[in-house]
Design a protein around this ligand. Structure first.
Ligand code: GLA
Length: 380
C-alpha cells in the first residue's frame, strides 16, 4: 500500500506539477450468494486488502486527464455524453462522472493517476474497485460528501450498465464502497437492507486460488444468464426470482426451456443456502458453511454453467484435501476459487493444489490469503 501510494504520488507530481489527494477502494470476496443479486436475493461479500488507488486534484477546467499507471496509458475527455472515451478502462471513469452528473451531483475537470493491486480477471471485482474509488473521490472533491455510500454503489453499477455493457447486480460496488475491516456483509438485494457479520474464525481461514485463466466468451454469457432468470420470473408473474419456489418452478417446467429451468433451479437453491450460511455463522458452525459452499459450486457448475474445467479441478482437489468448503467465486468462466480451510490443513492444501494444477495446466495458480478490510476511503 505504501509503495503503491508513493509511486502514484511521484507519477502525479511528475505529470501535473503539484500534489493531489489519495483515495482507494477495495476488491471483494463473496462467501456465498452468487448470481443472486440481480435476482433480488441475498449476497454475503466483504471488501479485501487489495485496492485500486488514485491520486486526484481538480484542475479548474472542464476536462478530465487520467493516467492509468499500470497500463502506461493516458487519456483526456470532456464531461458531456458525447465525450465518451475510446479506451475501455477510461469508460469506467467517464461513466462514474456522467452518472454523478445525471443524478444531480457535480463534477468538474480534474487530473488523476490511478493504479492497483486487485488482480484483473480473477473475479475480485477490480472494475467495481475502480468505479468506487472515483465515485468516492468525486463525492469528496466536488459534492462535500453529500452522496451517501449506497448511492455511490448505485452510481458504479449504473456505470457498468450504461457505459461498459455489463448488466451486473449491486454486490460488487456495494462491497467495495461499504466494506469494513474484519466484517462480511449480508445484503438483501431487494430491500437493500444489510447487516455486518464479524468474520474471524479461530480455526479456519479463507484462501483464494486464482486459476489465472479467463475464458472470455463472445456473446456476453453474464447478461444471458440474467435474461434467463428474468424470463422465468416473468413467466411466474414475479418481478424477480426472489419469491419463486421449487414447486412454482416445477409447475411451469414444460413451458420453459431446459436451460432456463436449470438457471432458475440454481438461483432458488442459492437463496436458501445464503440464509443457512448466515445461521451457521451465528452458531460458529464453519463445517456447515463449507458444505453449503460445495453445494453452491455444484449448482454453478452444472445448472448455471459458469464454471470451467480448471475451476472444477480446483474444487475437486480441495475436497480430496479435506478442505471444508470450496467454490468458484464471482461472475465465473475462470478466476478464483474461494476455500474455507482449517488452519492445520492450509499449507498442505496449498502445496497440493499448486503442484497438481501446474502438472495439469502447465502454469501455477496464484494464492491470496483473504484479509477482510475497509472499503472506499480517503488516504491521508
Ligand atoms: C459479477 C457481478 C455481480 C454478481 C456476480 C455473481 O461479479 O458484477 O453483480 O452478479 O458476478 O454473483
Amino acid at each position: 500500500m505504501t509503495t503503491l501510494k508513493s509511486e502514484l504520488g511521484r507519477r502525479f507530481t511528475e505529470r501535473f506539477g503539484h500534489p493531489g489527494t489519495f483515495y482507494a477502494s477495495a476488491g471483494r470476496i463473496n462467501l456465498i450468494g452468487e448470481h443472486t443479486d440481480y435476482n433480488g436475493g441475498f449476497v454475503f461479500p466483504g471488501a479485501i486488502d487489495k485496492v485500486i488507488m488514485a491520486d486526484i486534484a481538480p484542475n479548474g477546467t472542464d476536462r478530465v486527464n487520467v493516467v492509468a499507471m499500470d497500463l502506461g496509458e493516458e487519456t483526456s475527455f470532456g464531461l458531456e455524453e458525447k465525450d465518451l472515451p475510446a479506451q475501455p478502462w477510461a469508460r469506467y471513469v467517464f461513466g462514474v462522472c456522467r452518472e454523478i452528473i445525471k443524478a444531480g451531483g457535480k463534477v468538474k475537470g480534474f487530473d488523476a493517476v490511478f493504479a492497483g493491486n486487485v488482480p484483473l480477471g480473477a473475479g475480485l471485482s477490480s472494475s467495481a474497485a475502480l468505479e468506487s474509488c472515483f465515485a468516492f473521490a468525486l463525492n469528496d472533491l466536488f459534492n462535500s460528501n453529500t452522496i451517501e455510500g449506497f448511492r455511490l454503489a448505485l452510481i458504479g453499477q449504473a456505470t457498468e450498465h450504461n457505459y461498459c455493457g455489463v448488466n451486473c447486480g449491486i454486490m460488487d460496488q456495494f462491497a467495495s464502497v461499504m466494506g469494513r475491516r474484519g466484517q462480511l456483509i449480508r445484503l438483501d438485494c431487494r430491500s437493500m437492507e444489510y447487516e455486518y457479520f464479524p468474520f474471524d474464525p479461530k480455526d479456519y481461514e479463507l484462501v483464494l486460488i486464482d486459476s489465472r485463466v479467463k475464458h472470455e466468451l463472445a456473446d456476453s454469457p453474464y447478461n444471458r444468464r440474467r435474461e434467463s432468470c428474468e424470463r422465468v420470473a416473468a413467466r411466474l408473474g414475479l418481478d424477480t426470482l426472489r419469491d419463486a419456489t421449487m414447486e412454482m418452478l416445477d409447475g411451469i417446467r414444460s413451458d420453459i426451456s431446459d436451460e432456463d429451468y436449470r438457471r432458475a433451479r440454481y438461483v432458488i437453491g442459492e437463496k436458501e443456502r445464503v440464509l443457512a450460511v448466515g445461521e451457521a455463522l451465528q452458531r460458529g458452525d464453519y463445517e456447515e458453511v463449507g458444505r453449503r459452499m460445495y453445494a453452491t459450486h455444484r449448482g454453478l457448475s452444472e445448472d448455471y454453467e459458469v464454471s470451467c474445467d480448471e475451476l472444477d479441478f480446483l474444487v475437486d482437489l480441495a475436497r480430496q484435501c479435506g478442505v471444508s468448503g470450496s467454490r468458484i467465486m464471482g461472475g465465473g468462466f475462470g478466476g478464483c476459487t474461494i476455500n474455507l480451510v482449517r488452519r492445520d490443513l492450509r499449507d498442505r492444501f496449498i502445496a497440493t493444489a499448486t503442484g497438481r494444477f501446474e502438472e495439469r495446466y502447465g502454469h501455477r495458480p496464484a494464492i491470496y490469503p483473504v484479509v477482510i478490510s475497509d472499503g472506499a476511503r480517503r488516504l491521508d
